[in-house]
Design a protein around this ligand. Structure first.
Ligand code: 3H9
Length: 697
């Protein structure tokens, strides 16, 4: 008898129990166990109805993703589900936690479904670059009709139990937390009422209603925008459409073919890498799992600007009281008003209730003095990037905060060690780098200083989870992982425009790769004055900072989106960048002044220069131990900068292109263009000589 799936009888109900922690994924052992237990149940003359239920935190959460890419061992999931559906004893699936992917498909192969009201169901395969490959695209529309099935399958979003009941996906919903008791009671009812088997594959009324409908074309058109560049969402539509145009068996065959196409696509590999990488980043090298963490009951934030306000919202959203400090009452009032406006607009969109707006606002207070930080467990400083100012603030915080309080900086570039040196508690100092908009972007770059204690590091990682961010632990250097790579890409993008490319050509190459916006659209969003004032400061300090056409734009007052003109122009109330001939003129004038003869630049050169410079820098970051693993860099870029998850992150993308190809091109650029940024990273050379990849490290 399988250890992970057991069979026993309770009265007239034959109970099939899956127990395969952590999420009861459909491994080979579970699939064969399900078949064996079903056969036992069918042979058991005293079992009138069978019940499929899971131990632990959830019903089956899908196929075992760790088995993907390895040879499939029989029985396949579709065959298992077919046996459940074709049997002549009714089978009830009892759902708690999340019935996902192959898990929901298994439940759809059962004849009745009961769920706890806290349960959720979904077909999230699309998020892994796949489509439901065990009948989900054929059975779900037979219950819900085309529209809802397409929505669920192309977005992968989960549906709560009560909505699932309305949609016909489950037959009953029970309150409480004892899924086995709920399942047994429902199965007994089926037995008492002598209900027959009811096979989803035989249901046809929803299919008839939507046959020939325009909904498929409408979905494809919508996806052109929403899923630009992606492969599997379009295949999902094809598969669901097959349910309406083909008999069940043929529809299943079509689903299989499309599933295999997705399985073989590089996007599937990228998304599954991203799925596991997201979970791996929480396991920090050298930081034992049992490291104690400090309680964070109350937080202080310094700065009520866009960043400080966004940071504060994260804590209020997680139910943690937060006090924001500002220098002037006016700035504080303005910051608090912006936060309220943000919440109100979320409420208007129906994502939170008005009561939640008030509840969250009641957790946020303001102050003009650090004396109010005497009882906070954590302070996050979010003032502008000036080392002198930060040192002054940290010295004051050291005096104002209780012993054991963590002092964090949201700096995006400056040295955490230098900031920590302004305090008598460098072990309690850490970088917590949020990404704008801080209440939305999922990344939290956690910067460990030389002296940061393990307890503080572990507390920061746990805190990230609590405020629903993905925390990535990185080392201390200029720009850390994300901005250090971004700055290299930015310098290369500028060089390309100097040499002859247009800003829109550079941006298009990046958006075609899947970035939500290009380098120059991003400068407009952040504000051109930021880079300009940094360059001016450095010039004043006597540094040799080359002239730039961006300086000319800043001097003309073209500061970006906020002035409706920057590298692009913007129409009132619209964030869409529009190329501007005036900017072309400024660039042409600049080239003339600098004696640059512009040349044709190909999209391929833009791609290689913008991306390979990042990969080379990423390799140096790994070499120096600033990032522990290439997956830490991948997750930083996916969640901090919108790198397309379906390409797995910049380092995974590089592995897929081939490190030998990339190194060869980098060497060529080093010869042709020169510059430290093109000096090949020793790690990259080593990996190529050993025939290895970043992901092998
Ligand atoms: C599919 O079903 C294809 C079929 O249509 C067709 C087949 C022919 N497999 O996320 P957590 C691990 S495709 C293997 O931290 P949570 C995870 O790596 C699949 N492992 O917990 C982690 O391991 P570790 C469709 C899995 O409570 C641990 O479980 N299904 C799988 O925050 C805990 O995970 C999906 O896409 C898996 N399927 O969230 C569902 N799932 O501890 C994917 C999880 O070693 N899973 N693990 O780091 C999820 O969305 C979330 O994990 C879930 C729990 C909501 C279930």
């Amino acid at each position: 008898m399988s250890e992970v799936v057991t069979y026993n009888r309770e009265g007239s109900i034959g109970v099939i129990t899956v127990n395969y922690p952590p999420v009861n994924a459909l491994s080979h052992a579970v699939r064969s166990g399900l078949v064996a237990a079903l056969e036992q149940g069918q042979k058991d003359a005293d079992a009138k109805v069978l019940l499929l239920v899971c131990e632990g935190r959830t019903f089956i959460a899908g196929a075992d993703i760790r088995e993907f890419g390895k040879p499939m061992q029989e029985p396949g999931l579709s065959a298992v589900i077919e046996q459940y559906e074709n049997g002549d004893k009714p089978v009830v699936a009892a759902i708690h936690g999340t019935a996902l992917g192959g898990g929901l498909e298994t439940a759809l192969g059962c004849h009745y479904r009961v769920a706890l009201s806290s349960a959720k169901v979904g077909l999230p395969e699309v998020k892994l670059g796949l489509l439901p490959g065990a009948g989900g695209t054929q059975r779900l529309p037979r219950l819900t009709g085309a529209q809802k099935a397409l929505e669920m399958i192309t977005t992968g979003e989960f549906v709560g139990a009560n909505d699932a009941l309305t949609l016909g996906i489950v037959d009953a919903v029970e309150d409480g937390s004892d899924i086995k008791a709920a399942g047994l009671a429902y199965a007994q009812k089926i037995a008492d009422e002598g209900k027959p088997v009811r096979r989803v594959r035989d249901l046809t009324d929803k299919l008839e209603a939507d046959k020939g409908s325009e909904v498929f074309e409408q979905f494809r058109a919508g996806l052109q925008k929403k899923a630009r560049g992606q492969f599997s969402p379009f295949k999902c539509v094809d598969a669901v459409e097959a349910a309406f145009s083909l008999p069940f068996e043929d529809g299943m065959k079509r689903e299989r073919e499309l599933f295999m196409e997705c399985m073989e696509s590089p996007q599937r590999a990228g998304l599954i890498h991203a799925f596991f990488a997201e979970r791996e980043v929480s396991k920090v090298k050298g930081l034992p799992k049992e490291t104690p963490v400090r309680d964070i009951h109350k937080v202080g934030v310094i700065g009520a600007g866009t960043m400080g306000g966004g940071i504060a919202m994260n804590f209020a959203n997680a139910g943690i009281p937060v006090t924001i400090a500002e220098v002037k009452q006016e700035a504080l009032d303005k910051g608090l008003a912006v936060i309220r406006r943000n919440y109100e607009s979320t409420a208007k969109k129906g994502r939170i209730t008005q009561a939640q707006v008030e509840e969250r606002m009641s957790l946020i207070s303001g102050t003009l003095t650090y004396d109010d930080f005497s009882d906070v467990d954590l302070v996050i400083e979010a003032v502008f990037e000036s080392m002198d100012l930060k040192k002054k603030i940290f010295g004051q915080l050291d005096d104002a905060c209780k012993p054991g309080a963590i002092l964090a900086s949201n700096t995006s570039t400056l040295s955490i060690d230098d900031i920590a040196a302004a305090t008598k508690r460098p072990q309690d100092v850490i970088g917590l780098h949020f990404f704008s908009p801080a209440n939305v972007m999922k990344l939290l770059e956690i910067v460990r200083g030389e002296k940061t204690s393990d307890e503080v590091k572990a507390t920061a990682m746990a805190l990230a989870k609590k405020i629903r961010k993905v925390g990535v632990m990185v080392g201390n250097c200029y720009g850390f992982v994300g901005n250090r790579m971004l700055h290299k890409r930015g310098a290369e993008a500028m060089a390309l425009v100097n040499e002859g490319a247009s800003p829109q050509q550079v941006d298009k190459v990046l958006t075609d790769l899947g970035f939500p916006m290009g380098q120059f659209a991003m400068s407009d969003l952040a504000g051109i004055d930021i880079g300009y004032s940094i360059r001016q400061e450095r010039r004043k300090a006597g540094e040799d900072v080359p002239a730039s056409w961006m300086d000319k734009l800043a001097e003309q007052g073209r500061l970006g989106q906020k002035t409706q003109a920057g590298v692009y122009r913007y129409e009132e109330g619209n964030r869409k960048p529009i190329p501007d001939p005036e900017v072309d003129r400024v660039i042409a004038e600049f080239r003339q002044e600098q004696g640059i003869k512009s040349r044709e630049i190909t999209d391929q050169e833009i791609l290689e220069r913008c991306m390979y410079v990042m990969v080379n820098e990423g390799a140096k970051i790994l070499e120096e131990g600033i990032a522990d693993r290439s997956l830490d860099i991948d997750i930083t870029w996916i969640y901090g900068y919108g790198f397309p998850a379906y390409r797995g992150g910049p380092m995974f993308w590089a592995d897929q292109i081939g490190l030998d190809v990339i190194l060869g091109t980098i060497e060529q650029f080093y010869d042709d263009l020169g510059g430290e940024q093109w000096k090949p990273a020793a790690l990259l050379q080593k990996l190529v000589s050993e025939g290895r990849k970043f992901s092998d490290l």
